[in-house]
Design a protein around this ligand. Sequence first.
Ligand code: KG4
Ligand code: ZN
Length: 333
Amino acid sequence: MNVLGLETSCDETAAAVVKDGKHVLSNVVASSLQEHAQHGGIIPEIASRRQLEFIIAVAEKALIKAKVKLKDIDAVAVTSQPGLIGSLLVGISFARGLSFAIQKPLVSVNHIEAHAYANFLEAPGAAANKKSGRQKPKLPAIALVVSGGHTNLYHVKAFDQFRLLGQTLDDAAGEAFDKVAKILDLGYPGGPAIDGLAKNGKNTNVRFKSTVLPDTYNFSFSGVKTAVLYHCRDHKLQKEFSPAKTAYSFQDSVVLALTQKSISACRKFNIETLLIGGGVAANSALRAKLNEASSQHNIHAHFPPLSLCTDNAAMIAGLGFHLINERRITCLI
Ligand code: KG4
Ligand code: ZN
């Protein structure tokens, strides 16, 4: 079964063809990120206008790259929430029109849940992964989705049963990375820049603490972001001030909070599988820390390949396949 996935929730316009919920035949992403970079954040009006301009070409390219024609598409899956309303509307309207034209089912997919699903996709190079003994993820699982807009922890019993255990009460993890990068003049988006810079900042006495919200699976990152702001304000002109050490300590504190809550949820619910997804899942320190902590507790931590961590439509098509099959949904929108 070939599902055409469409993702337009923010600044990426993405289309992908995925076979049987796991084989990624194509995965095309266009982005207006560079235009937003000069403003230091996403401008919704610009994002939705670019979605309109890109969507047809991106969908056509996904079909060509997958070497399929429209008649080979068995269903259309589209991100329905959450996201910028103008951007979402472009994808949803396009998907509705397309599904009507080709008379194939349309299914709506939650973007955050799809980030966790990305772990079940077999991306190009999957054959090599198999040889290296990388285990396939299994349900039930705990899923940590960390992106620019969300930090959510789920208990996942089935692909249509995501139970939210906790979430950020203020800034999302990626948002905190982006804001700290702004304070350090590293540009937008800040996650990759902090990840790179922090590698030169180990061995520091500078410490920032993330707010711990005991007895909950909620997170809070605005305090650590403000601590970085004050640290920079008070020390920026001093000779020993180091942006790399500041980046390292900030990252370390966020990574620790994410790791502790994820592992504690796995242990509490006696679950062996931890799925990580979203743009911040690309972070090298988070990958290292979660891998280390998981192996200490016999938990298998799974990260999608880097190309499937950030926004893409393959994850939408993949989860859409299961929603159609398991719940026999023909049209949700
Ligand atoms: O999932 P995503 O592409 O879009 C949203 O749904 O938000 O995530 C984008 C976020 C941005 O905040 C970006 O700074 C962050 O993911 N990010 C990273 C890294 N790569 C991207 N954060 C930390 N380390 C990275 N290597
Ligand atoms: Zn996302």
